[in-house]
Design a protein around this ligand. Structure first.
Ligand code: 5GP
Length: 358
């Protein structure tokens, strides 16, 4: 039995050291990035934050709103071809949408019909998503996808270790999707014991992916997927080397999110459930197959209103992180940041008084 003895880190294990800065105002911070890719010949410019391809997050309404900020929405895979066609009639921002699919034959058949309808030009990203990206079968499907869509920006995952991030990038992914067991609606760690602390996964996988380059092309990239519970986690992911950050629960619960609005004791909640939760499987496949444990849970989270308010707060927080570190551009986050290991994140001393914000 081999035990890896160095401690792996989560977002809440570190803080970012402030540094001398010549910035005058948060307004001076540029959160947009421009990427070239290893496989696709496209160039992308925007704020590299992606709404997760969950049916409670990756909705058409979310895409319409986030595209205003040049952010990306990974549409969930349960929209049918007619719905997709209808949406793209008056939505023309390919840089802001990812089409999502799994590795089943029907997923690929649906993609083929979407392409046959001429809709392939309407989205620049494609997200090939399976909970376990370690299966050889998945790498095979990724190669098939790359052949089918040679010039799309392909995101594929999920994995958490350097050698598999490399494997995905070498087999056709422009962006390896990183994160297993860290999502807020995920129970994989409880169910299976499998996982990897997210910040270390990001640091190790980005290092591996960035090392793969081709002449006059970009390098392999990664997206940190899941586990962000505050804007500071998003900042830490970028500091750790993430090129993109994917958000589930932070974007859930808003007007533009999916999931039902529930009223209980005069308070409003919205549903947020994992895509392999019993709830999602029953909803989309009619029942939960017996051989599958449900590795996700179903939550009701307090209703949060318009997502624009949250996005402004998130971007404001990232700009503030940048000014504390002296980073003029998002690109500089990973170069400027020094993490410090901490035993305590927050001063919670007043919590015992049951205080309320006013
Ligand atoms: P969050 O931002 O809420 O922490 O995490 C969102 C991510 O959790 C998603 O992008 C996806 O990778 C992951 N996820 C979503 N549903 C499930 C699920 O049912 N089980 C597991 N293991 N992960 C999930």
């Amino acid at each position: 039995m081999r035990i890896e003895k160095d401690v792996k880190l989560d977002f809440e294990d570190v803080l970012i050291r402030p540094k001398r800065s010549t910035l005058k105002s948060r307004k001076d911070v540029d959160l947009e990035r421009t990427f070239k890719f290893l496989h696709s010949s496209k160039t992308w410019t925007g704020i590299p934050i992606i709404a997760a391809n969950m049916d409670t997050v990756g909705t058409f309404e979310m895409a319409r709103t986030l595209s205003e900020y040049k952010m990306v929405t990974a549409l969930h895979k349960f929209y049918n071809v007619d719905e997709i066609k209808e949406f793209f009639k008056d939505f023309n921002k390919p840089d802001s949408v990812a089409y999502s699919l799994g590795v089943r034959d029907e997923d690929f058949d649906k993609l083929r019909s979407v392409l046959a309808e001429g809709l392939g030009e309407k989205f620049n990203f494609i997200c090939l998503d399976v909970p376990n990206g370690y299966l050889e079968y998945v790498t095979g499907k990724l190669r098939e996808l790359r052949e089918l869509c040679p010039d799309h920006i392909i995101i594929a995952g999920n994995v958490v270790t350097n050698e598999m991030a490399e494997e995905l990038v070498l087999n056709g992914a422009d962006i390896a999707k990183i994160g297993i067991g860290n999502g807020s609606a995920c129970t994989t760690r409880l169910q299976t014991g499998i996982g990897y602390p997210q910040l270390s996964a990001v640091i190790e996988c980005s290092d591996a992916a960035h090392g793969i380059t081709k002449h006059e092309k970009g390098c392999g990239l990664i997206v940190s997927d899941g586990g962000a519970v505050h804007p500071s986690c998003v900042a830490k992911a970028f500091c750790g080397g993430a090129d993109f950050v994917m958000l589930g629960s932070l974007l859930a619960g808003h007007d533009q999110s999916g999931g039902e609005l529930i009223e209980r004791d005069g308070k409003k909640f919205k549903e947020y459930y994992g895509m392999s939760s019993g709830k999602a499987q029953e909803k989309h496949y009619g029942e939960k197959p017996n051989y599958r444990a449900s590795e996700g849970r179903s939550l009701s989270i307090p209703y949060k209103g318009d997502v624009n308010v949250f996005v402004e707060e998130l971007l404001g927080s990232l700009r503030s992180t940048a000014t504390y570190m002296g980073a003029r551009r998002l690109k500089e986050f990973s170069k400027r940041a020094t993490f410090i290991l901490v035993n305590r994140q927050l001063n919670k001393s007043l919590e015992r008084y049951n205080t309320e914000n006013f």
